[in-house]
Every structure is written in structure tokens, then in C-alpha cells.
Write a protein that binds this ligand. Structure first.
Ligand code: GAL
Length: 392
């Protein structure tokens, strides 16, 4: 167990792009190069998105004779060359494997070969490892399996962000830091819809918010270690987030209001921001959403506090998050079917008191005004108004 390492990595929630939702098991080297270029061209790198992570299915079906992972034929130039390509664009490079005998799509994985694989990753120039929970666990519990890779990453001569993908099954917020993790999935896979039926695969945006409100995982969350409610589904259509083995009939992608709520809440939760869509077809609305500087400042606030609900009743929700400047981000979320006014007061959210006067900034419009304490916003159905409140 490695709970005493200096935590230089992940001081703010990691930001980047992951291949899974957009390319699933069909991902190729060309897709990754294109994504790296697109992250630069769209201005997303400039906004702070820096990791390009190749998810499942990059590896060949067989290892070498000593158990090393080999890239598949879809990565003809190998992972070191791809890491170089990503690094040359001022970005960082990540790979995926699993804490079992196989990945979720049945490729060779890392249980029992942690040191060997961590050495490979370091040699290739990897900066981020997503470590999944599929395959045979050989009777070993989650903490033991995730600690083995944490120790292996600690032993190599390269700084590698360790992203634990255990789906929140064994409350990884209790032990993720102690096994060297910089982020840990707190939820099942997120899919591009508002709500998932209970017997469907994955969680919708509203389901994930309910879960984040319920699990009380905020205590472990902060600089160096983050609860992860999964990749951003902004830009994704009905089938994204699914593998060919898990068909699901989703009626429609997220509306603009739902996408705004999704992004506002991931920032309010100080969640890792890993984009999950094909960047070559990003709409203007989605690009502007993902690069909203006021929201990104809330996500990346140095205090690193996870926002929590102050009020969840009658379809009106108020959530807030304390910020390093003594102010707070306050979200007004409408769960209902009709536009509604939602109000609260600075005394009911976590704002440093004393001055009696507060500056309010609407994170969507940039409009600013002063208040003596009352806060009232209007939100469309399933939409979220979000403001930054600062003591004057
Ligand atoms: C799931 C994981 C997804 C994705 C997928 C790949 O277990 O939660 O984010 O990595 O495996 O097969």
C-alpha cells in the first residue's frame, strides 16, 4: 500500500478525451492521431483538456511469450510512436488495461503482470492509466488488485496518473487514494440519455446525479484524488457508450438543456472532465459548452471541493460548492416539465459570510449583479442555472 507518496499529479481534476464512447472496440491509431489534432484545432487543449486516452481494444489478442501486452494490427506503428505523436502536440497520452485476466472486451489484461506492464507503459511514454475491473479476479479482492497496480506504477521511473475504474462497487472513495489512485469511478458507465431504465445498461445523467447525491463520497475528494462519475456524454448520440456486446435501444441523444445540466454538474462536482465524443463532428454548441471558462474555473478550483445538494425537493434542486476565493458556485436545477423559478439565500449555501454584500455572476451569460443575500434564478425543464457568488 502506498499512502505516503507525494501527490503532484492530479492536483485538479484531470481533463482530456477518451476513445471509448466515440469508437468503442473499433478504435485505431488513425482515430487517436485525429483526436489529438482535433483537441488542438477546436481550442479544447487551450481550454485545459490535455490527456488523450486509448480505452479498451488497443491490444492484440495474444501477449508475447513473457506476458507483455502487444498493440493490435490497428496500431501499426506501436504505442511509443503514438505517445510521441500526442506529446508533440503538447498533450499527454493514456492507455487502458484491467485488474483481471481479461479486459471487458476479452483482450489480455494485467492481473499478476502489473510490474511488467507498468514497465512497458513507462517505456512507451504513457502519462495516464485507466485500470478497469473485468476478467477473472483469481479470488483477489478489489483493494488488493488495485494496490498491486498502484505499487507497480509507483515503482517505475515515470509519473503516471492512475485512474481506477472499479465502477464504485466496493466504495473506492474509501481506499482509492491509499492504493495510489488519482481518480476512481464512483458510478457505473454513463450513457447519452437522461434516464436509463433499471434493466438497461448504464446510467443516464439524472441517474448519475442521484447516485452522486446518495453515496456521500465527498470526504475523500480533493487535490490528488477525485470521485469520477464517468466520461462526458456531450456530443454523443444514442448508441455511444455501448459495446457491440451490450445492445441498448436509446430513443434520443441529450437535449441542449440536458447537456447544460450535465456539464454544469460535472463542474460543480469537481469531476474529471474526459470528453467522450468524436471531436471531428463537435457542434458549435457543444464546443462552447466544453470550453466555458466560468464553468471550467469552478471544476478546476484549487480547493477541490465536491459540490453537494442543499435542497432536493419538488423538482427544484439547489446544489453548491465552496470556492477558494471564499465564494461559492450555486446551481439551480429544474427536474420538472415546466419552466420554474428557484430561489435560495447565501446563508443556505456555503459562502464565506461577514460582508453582507455579494457579487453574483451567471455562468452561462456572464451577466453580473449584486445581492444582499437572496439568490433567485429561472430554469427550463431539465436545465440548470448556475452562478458564482463572491463576497464583496
Ligand atoms: C467498462 C468501463 C468503460 C469502458 C469499457 C471498455 O468496464 O466502465 O468505461 O472502459 O469497460 O470495455
Amino acid at each position: 500500500m502506498t499512502d505516503d507518496r507525494p501527490r503532484q499529479l492530479g492536483r485538479t481534476p484531470p481533463m482530456g478525451w477518451n476513445s471509448w464512447n466515440a469508437f468503442s472496440c473499433d478504435v485505431t491509431e488513425a482515430d487517436i492521431r485525429t483526436a489529438a489534432d482535433a483537441l488542438v484545432d477546436t481550442g479544447l487543449r487551450e481550454a485545459g483538456y490535455e490527456y488523450i486516452v486509448v480505452d479498451d481494444c488497443w491490444m492484440a489478442t495474444e501477449t508475447d511469450s513473457e506476458g507483455r501486452l502487444l498493440p493490435s494490427a490497428d496500431f501499426p506503428n506501436g504505442m511509443a510512436a503514438l505517445a510521441d505523436y500526442v506529446h508533440e502536440r503538447g498533450l499527454k497520452f493514456g492507455l487502458y488495461t484491467s485488474a483481471g485476466t481479461k479486459t471487458c472486451q476479452g483482450y489480455p489484461a494485467s492481473l499478476g503482470r502489473e510490474r511488467l506492464h507498468a514497465e512497458q507503459f513507462a517505456e512507451w511514454g504513457i502519462d495516464y492509466l485507466k485500470y478497469d475491473n473485468c476478467g477473472d479476479h483469481r479470488g483477489r479482492d478489489a483493494i488488493d488488485r488495485y494496490a498491486a497496480m498502484g505499487d507497480a506504477l509507483e515503482s517505475v521511473d515515470r509519473e503516471i496518473v492512475y485512474s481506477i475504474c472499479e465502477w464504485g462497487e466496493n466504495r473506492p472513495w474509501k481506499w482509492g487514494r491509499n492504493v495510489g489512485g488519482h481518480l476512481w469511478r464512483a458510478t457505473d458507465d454513463l450513457v447519452a440519455k437522461w434516464r436509463a431504465d433499471p434493466d438497461e445498461f448504464g446510467l443516464g445523467i439524472a441517474d448519475a446525479l442521484d447516485r452522486m447525491a446518495d453515496i456521500d463520497a465527498g470526504a475523500a475528494h480533493g487535490p490528488g484524488g477525485w470521485n469520477d462519475p464517468d466520461m462526458l456524454q456531450i456530443g454523443n448520440g444514442p448508441q455511444s457508450g455501448q459495446s457491440e456486446h451490450e445492445p441498448v435501444d436509446v430513443q434520443r441523444p441529450l437535449t441542449k438543456a440536458e447537456r447544460r445540466t450535465h456539464f454544469a454538474f460535472w463542474c460543480l462536482l469537481a469531476a474529471p472532465l474526459m470528453i467522450g465524443t468524436d471531436l471531428t463532428s463537435l457542434s458549435r454548441f457543444d464546443r462552447e459548452l466544453l470550453t466555458n471558462e466560468r464553468l471550467l474555473a469552478i471544476d478546476q478550483d484549487p480547493l477541490g471541493i465536491q459540490g453537494t445538494p442543499d435542497r432536493r425537493d419538488s423538482d427544484a434542486e439547489v446544489w453548491s460548492k465552496r470556492l477558494a476565493d471564499g465564494g461559492a458556485a450555486v446551481a439551480f436545477h429544474n427536474r420538472g416539465d415546466a419552466e420554474r423559478d428557484i430561489s435560495t439565500h447565501v446563508s443556505a449555501v456555503d459562502v464565506a459570510g461577514g460582508t453582507g454584500r455579494y457579487r453574483v455572476c451567471d455562468c452561462w451569460t456572464g451577466n453580473e449583479w449584486d445581492t444582499g443575500g437572496s439568490l433567485a434564478m429561472t430554469a427550463d425543464p431539465r436545465d440548470t442555472a448556475i452562478v458564482r457568488v463572491t463576497p464583496c
